[in-house]
Write a protein that binds this ligand. Sequence first.
Ligand code: PLP
Length: 371
Amino acid sequence: MRSLRYEPELLDFSSNDYLCLNRDGSHSELLNSLICETGVESNVTVGSTGSRLIRGHWPSFENAEEEFNRWARTPDSLLFQSGYNANVGALSALTGPGDLVFCDRLCHASLLDGIRLSGAQKIYFKHNDLNHLESLLATKSTRRRKWILSESVFSMDGDVPDLKGLLDLCRRYQATLYLDEAHALGFFGSEESPGAGLLASRRAELGDDVFDHAIISAPLGKAPGVMGAFVAGDKLLKDYLINRARSFVFSTAQPPILAAMIGAIIRRFRNHEYDHRMASLRKNVSYIKSLIAELHLVSPSDSAIVPIVLGETDKCLQVSEHLKNHGMDVRAIRPPTVPEGSSRLRITIHSCHSQSELDRLMELIQPFASV
Ligand SMILES: Cc1ncc(COP(=O)(O)O)c(C=O)c1O
C-alpha cells in the first residue's frame, strides 16, 4: 500500500525543487510581487473560469508561451495544465492506429498512457540503446507514421540519451522524436538559453531543421518549481493540439496568475538570474558523485537525479528508514517502478545543499555500501 507523508522537518533529498526556488522563498517573493503588480488588473485572475477554448483564455497564457519560445528557441508552443496532461493529451492526439511508437524502456508513465489512449502500436527499445532502436526501425514497417519517445533526463536513473543519435535515426527512418525535457530544465542549457533543457543546450550541433523532426514536452514542476507544461514544435503543432488534444480541450485552464508566474520565472532564467543556482547545483552533483565513487557504489546519473542502485528492495527500504531516523528524506524506489533487482535510493540534489550535508548523507549510507 502506498501512503502519503508530510515531513517538512526532514532534509529534502527527494523533491524536484533542484534550484531551491520554493525552499528558500524565492518563488513566494516573486508571487507576492506579481500580485502587487497585477492583482488590480482584471486580466490576471485566480480562476481561469473555463477551458481555453471557452472563455478560459487569458493574455498571460500567450505571454508565457511567447516567453518559452524565446527561451527554448522553439517555433511555437502550447501551455497545458501539467506534464501528465501535456503528454497524454499531445501523444493521444498526434499518434493513432497504424502508427508505430518506439519507446525507450524507461519512459515515464504519462508518455506510455498517451500512447495507450491513441491506439498506436507501442514497441519498446532497450534503455538508451540506439543499436537496438535502429534494428527495430529497420525491420518494423507501417504505411503510417513512426515515432520515437525518449526523455532528456530519465526520472529514475538520471541519465541522458544520445540526442544527436536519436535525431539522426529520425532523419534516416522518417520518424518524429517526442522528447520529454521535465528533468533537464534548469540543469542543461546554453548561454543563449540558460536552463532551457537538453535540446537547447545542443542546438548548435543538431541543425536548424531540428523541429522538422522533434517535438518537445517541457513540464515545469521540477527545477522551475511550478506546475504546467509546454508542448513545442513547428508552427502547425499548436493549432493541431488546440483542436485535437482532449486534455486541453475538455479541461479548465490553469489559473492565469500561475501562467503569469511561469512567464516571470522564464524571464528570470533568460536574464541569467538563476545562473548561480544552476552552477551550485552542478557543483553539488559533481561532489556527491565523487563521494559515491569513493564508496565504489553505482550511479548512472548525469543530472540532479543521483540514484544509488543497491539492488535488493529490503536493503533499500532499510537504508531509507535509517536516513529518515537521522533526519534525511531519501526515498527507496523499488519494482514495479524500476526493474526487478535494481531497487535504489533516489537522491535528488539541490543547489542549496551544503557540502557538509552531502558528506553527512554519504556517511550515513556508507555502512550499507558493502553489506
Ligand atoms: C519525465 C516526466 N514527465 C512528465 C511528468 C509529469 O509532469 P507533471 O508532474 O507536471 O504532471 C513527470 C513527473 O513525474 C516526469 O518525471
